[in-house]
Design a protein around this ligand. Structure first.
Ligand code: ATP
Length: 366
C-alpha cells in the first residue's frame, strides 16, 4: 500500500478547515453507554465533534472521560449506542484500522527504538518507502524542534522532548483524527505551559480533528475550541471555554471551572437584571467583585451595582493575584483582584464594602 501524505507537506490552516465544515460532524457519539458490570462508566452520551475542532473532555476522576476516549479509539466497545466517524459506524472497525493518532500521558514510545525509528514506525506500517519515510521524519523532527535528536533513545530525552516525539509520531502518518489522553499530565507546571503552546500551534498548523482528555481545567480552557464537562458518566455541559466559564449551567460546572461564589441562603438579597429561572441559585465569579474601604467614594456606575458591607476574614497573596475571603451576610465571599500599583491592601478584620455589577450575576441549577 502506498500512502499519500497530505498535510505533513501542505497543512491546511485551522480556521479554513473549521469554516469549510461548519456543521459537518467528523465524530458522532450516538447514545453511547459503556457498562463495566453494574458500573456505567459512560451513560447515554451523545456528542458531535466537528472537522478540525479541538474538543476536550474534562471531568473529575472517575467521570468517564478516559472510557469515552477509549471507546473512540476502539480499545473498548460500547454496551449500547454507536460511534460514527465520517458518518459511518465504526462498530466493526478494530482500533488499528481507525486511522487515529494517539498520544498517551506516559508517552508510550518504543523504548528500544531510536527517536527516528519511533517516528518511522507508523509510516512503515502503512507501506511508505524508505526514502519518503526519511523525508517525513526529517521534516517532523524539525517541526518539533528535535532535529539533532533522531539518533537518541527515548530514555535519553527529557519528559517534554519525549512528549514532542509522541506528538510527532501521532501526526506523521497524517491521520484525520488525533486523540490525546492527559498528554501533559506527566510534565511539571512550566513545561506544561510550554507544551500547551506547542500543541496549540501544531493544531493550528495540521488542523486535525482532536479529542483530548484531561482533568486539568486550565489546560482545557487554554487548548480547546469546545469543552465537554463530564460527571458520573454523563455530559453535564458542552460549550466554548468562554461560555462555560462565564455562563455555567450548573453549580458543578461553575465550581469545576474555577472558583465560584454560590449565593444561596447568603443572608442578603441578590439583585440581578435577569429573572432567575426557578430552582436556580445566584453565582458570582470572584474576579467580578470589587473590594474597597467603607469610606471609599461611590463609583460612577453605582446605579448598576449591588453593594454590601463586609469584614475581611483573610487575605492571601498569590503572585499576580490577591485573594480575599470576606464575611458578608451569612456567607464568606471570595474576591480576587489583580495586584496593581496604588491599590489599598486590606487585612483580616478590616471593614470593607463589596460591590459588583448586577449584570455579572449568573444563575446556575443545582
Ligand atoms: N476496566 C474497567 N473495569 C471496571 N470498571 C472500570 C474500568 N474502567 C473504568 N471503570 C470505571 O468506570 C468509571 C469511569 O472510569 P474512567 O477511567 O473512564 O474515568 P476518568 O474520568 O477517566 O477517571 P481518571 O481521571 O481517574 O482516569 C470509574 O468508576 C471506573 O472505576
Amino acid at each position: 500500500m502506498t500512502l499519500h501524505l497530505k498535510s505533513t507537506t501542505l497543512p491546511m490552516a485551522k480556521d479554513e478547515a473549521l469554516k469549510m465544515s461548519t456543521a459537518q460532524a467528523q465524530i458522532e457519539f450516538c447514545n453511547v453507554t459503556k457498562m463495566y458490570g453494574a458500573v456505567a462508566a459512560v451513560k447515554d452520551v451523545s456528542l458531535e465533534v466537528r472537522r478540525g475542532e479541538f474538543l476536550t473532555i474534562l471531568g473529575p476522576s472517575g467521570s468517564g472521560k478516559t472510557t469515552a476516549l477509549m471507546l473512540l479509539a476502539g480499545f473498548v466497545e460500547p454496551t449500547e449506542g454507536d460511534i460514527l466517524i465520517g458518518g459511518k459506524s465504526v462498530a466493526s472497525v478494530p482500533s488499528y484500522r481507525r486511522d487515529q493518532g494517539i498520544v498517551f500521558q506516559s508517552y508510550a514510545l518504543f523504548p528500544h527504538l531510536t527517536v527516528r525509528r519511533n517516528l518511522e514506525f507508523p509510516l512503515e506500517m502503512r507501506g511508505v518507502r524508505a526514502a519518503e519515510r526519511a523525508r517525513h521524519v526529517d521534516r517532523m523532527l524539525e517541526r518539533v524542534h528535535l532535529k539533532d535528536y533522531g539518533g537518541r533513545m527515548p530514555s535519553q530525552l527529557s519528559g517534554g522532548q519525549q512528549q514532542r516525539v509522541a506528538l510527532a509520531r501521532a501526526l506523521i502518518a497524517d491521520p484525520p483524527i488525533l486523540l490525546l489522553d492527559e498528554p501533559l499530565g506527566a510534565l511539571d507546571r512550566n513545561l506544561r505551559e510550554q507544551m500547551q503552546g506547542e500543541i496549540k500551534s501544531l493544531h493550528r498548523e495540521f488542523a486535525k480533528t482532536t479529542v483530548c482528555v484531561t482533568h486539568d481545567q486550565e489546560e482545557a480552557l487554554t487548548l480547546s475550541d469546545r469543552i465537554v464537562v463530564m460527571r458520573d458518566g454523563r455530559i453535564e455541559q458542552t460549550d466554548t471555554p468562554e461560555a462555560l466559564y462565564d455562563r455555567p449551567a450548573t453549580q458543578f460546572v461553575a465550581n469545576f471551572l474555577g472558583e465560584a461564589n454560590i449565593l444561596e441562603n447568603c443572608g442578603f438579597k441578590v439583585e440581578s437584571d435577569a429573572v432567575p429561572p426557578s430552582g436556580a441559585v445566584a453565582m458570582l465569579r470572584p474576579e467580578r467583585i470589587c473590594v474597597a474601604g467603607r469610606a471609599a467614594p461611590t463609583r460612577a456606575d453605582s446605579d448598576q451595582r449591588q453593594s454590601i458591607a463586609g469584614t475581611v476574614a483573610d487575605m492571601i497573596y498569590a503572585g499576580p493575584l490577591r485573594k480575599y475571603y470576606v464575611r458578608a451576610g451569612n456567607s464568606v465571599l471570595i474576591v480576587r483582584e489583580h495586584v496593581g500599583a496604588g491599590q489599598q491592601i486590606f487585612r483580616a478584620g478590616d471593614e470593607v464594602r463589596l460591590d459588583w455589577l448586577r449584570s455579572d450575576v449568573r444563575f446556575v441549577s443545582a
